[in-house]
Design a protein around this ligand. Sequence first.
Ligand code: TMP
Length: 209
Amino acid sequence: MRGLFITLEGGDGAGKSTQITNIESFFGSKGLVVVHTREPGGTHIGEKLREILLDKGNGEMQDVTEMLIYAASRAQHVRELIIPALEEGKVVICDRFTDSSIAYQGYGRELGKQVAEVNARATGGLQPDITFWLDIDPETGRRRAGKAGELDRLELEQLDFHYRLYDGYKALLEKYPERIKRIDASRSIDEMRDEIYAYLEELCAARGL
Ligand code: TMP
């Protein structure tokens, strides 16, 4: 039996962490084993790559280098953790996946189509069963992220970068309407949770869970 692969996406400050906790409880109450992981990171090697990527001191990092390091973290993650967990029938909840690279590197950094190509190699074509895009307008998201703590290298980018990656998520939603569900993140945490749970109930019913 194959498990379920669920990803959360969105600009910074959209409230992913809270909804991940909710999704964990949803599956926990069904008695399913949940693996909560994140990108970049999720493995020993991935977490080391994460440090390099988010370090504010790495201002000289080239855009292509950045794209490849995100993809390297993902390649390791997919093979070391995600696929084995899915093969054991577990529910894998991943904070960001390939859509982040398409939005941030493809649109934000304007690297275009090569990002999808590189990531197809990194993931071997693995796609989530469902993706929640927590949609918050870039200005509000940035304000919230700033309040939550110190901003990392990506978060410190100018607002136009954040508007470009926002356009990236909108384009992804149009391209994958079956997989990606837009969740309006300007609403309350509970309203968002209820909508996410409704989608998860549908998914579980379709998979006989
Ligand atoms: P996080 O703050 O949600 O943990 O994500 C770390 C940062 O890395 C965030 O600003 C988004 C960015 N990012 C990319 O630019 N490309 C990617 O492929 C991923 C996974 C994250």
